[in-house]
Ligand binder design. Structure first.
Ligand SMILES: O=P(O)(O)OC[C@H]1O[C@](O)(COP(=O)(O)O)[C@@H](O)[C@@H]1O
Ligand SMILES: [Mg+2]
Ligand SMILES: [Mg+2]
Length: 306
């Protein structure tokens, strides 16, 4: 199986699981299941989606391992697992012992914005396809995609320098926009974190942006980034005075979303450099995230360096 075929099979399997994910929410909307490795409350829906994707994706030829925001360690296709500590600071040479025959390693946020399930607002699924054992960096990210569970189910994928949006119906993708690009005249912004926890530098930047763009913030990164991809603008979950690395996870959220936005002609930063230049030291490492039109990303970088 060629690399392209494996990536296609991964996206196809993610799309095929979406009717079951939507259906699963009916009975799993309110029940809390524990905490994830980042110390956040998990819903039963988070756990269900994680298990479903693990099962479906590890069954694909060419997939060596699976990691997700909802579990501590990595599961390999050969049935072995590695805990998060044993992956810390690992050397990235070769893939021997990292999952058997497959060349691809998947990092998923099974349900992004799952706190939106209770109020019945949008949420997503994020997938990053890496050609090195996890935790790998932007240079090893060969494809990325997300599903948005909104009034429609849509899927956006980035690979080979192109971003495609599809409508998913009955678990199958129907191409809607073959070459998605960020609009040149940005109109929306969405910033996460409590305003009192913003740094002075970020607050000053936010004041400027507020005067130029209109607020669109829904509490699921995928929904907020979809606003930016559609209308142009900037999404940020900045470092906070209380949490300098913000909330979002580099491997599961920051890198795939940066790859999608950059491929669509936009830019990303952690405040200092493109997220795609980063390699996480740890599986669940957090990072500030800024994605959107280049002008707004560059202005964020200069505001934060003051
Ligand atoms: O509730 P807040 O602080 O606004 O945080 C919202 C952010 O948290 C997230 O929900 C975190 O993702 P998960 O739901 O996958 O943990 C992002 O999607 C979103 O951008
Ligand atoms: Mg998330
Ligand atoms: Mg999640």
């Amino acid at each position: 199986m060629s690399g392209d075929d494996v990536i296609e099979a991964v996206f196809e399997a993610v799309a095929a699981a979406t009717p079951e994910i939507r259906e699963s929410l009916v009975g799993r909307r309110r029940y809390e299941a524990g905490e994830n490795p980042s110390g956040e409350q998990q819903l039963e829906a988070d756990v269900y989606a994680d298990q479903l994707f693990e099962e479906r994706l590890l069954a694909l030829d060419g997939v060596a391992s699976y990691a997700s925001e909802e579990r501590e360690g990595i599961v390999r296709a050969d049935g072995t697992s590695a805990d998060a500590d044993s992956t810390k600071g690992k050397t990235r040479a070769g893939s021997g012992g990292d999952g058997g025959d497959g060349d691809y390693h998947l990092a998923l946020d099974p349900l992004d914005g799952s706190s939106n399930v209770k109020p019945n607002n949008v949420m997503g699924t994020i997938v990053g396809v890496y050609d090195e054992p996890l935790p790998a960096g932007g240079d090893a990210l060969v494809a990325a995609g997300y599903v948005l569970y909104g009034p429609l189910t849509t899927m956006v994928t980035a690979r080979d320098g192109r971003v495609t949006e599809s409508v998913v119906h009955g678990g199958e993708r129907h191409a809607a926009t073959a070459d998605l690009a960020l609009p040149d005249d940005p109109t929306v912004y969405g910033f996460g974190g409590r305003v009192p926890d913003w740094t002075d530098e970020f607050a000053a930047y936010a004041r400027e942006v507020e005067r130029e763009l209109k607020l669109r913030y829904g509490g699921a990164m995928i929904g907020d980034v979809s606003q930016v991809l559609t209308y142009g603008g900037i999404f940020a979950y900045p470092g906070l005075t209380t949490h300098p690395n913000g909330k979002l996870r580099l491997l599961f959220e920051g890198l795939p979303i940066a790859a999608i936005v950059e491929t669509a002609g936009g830019a990303s930063t952690d405040g200092e450099r493109s997220l795609l230049e980063r390699t996480p030291e740890e599986l669940h490492e957090r990072t500030p995230v800024f994605v959107g039109n280049r002008e707004y990303v560059e202005r964020a970088e200069s505001a934060l360096s003051e």
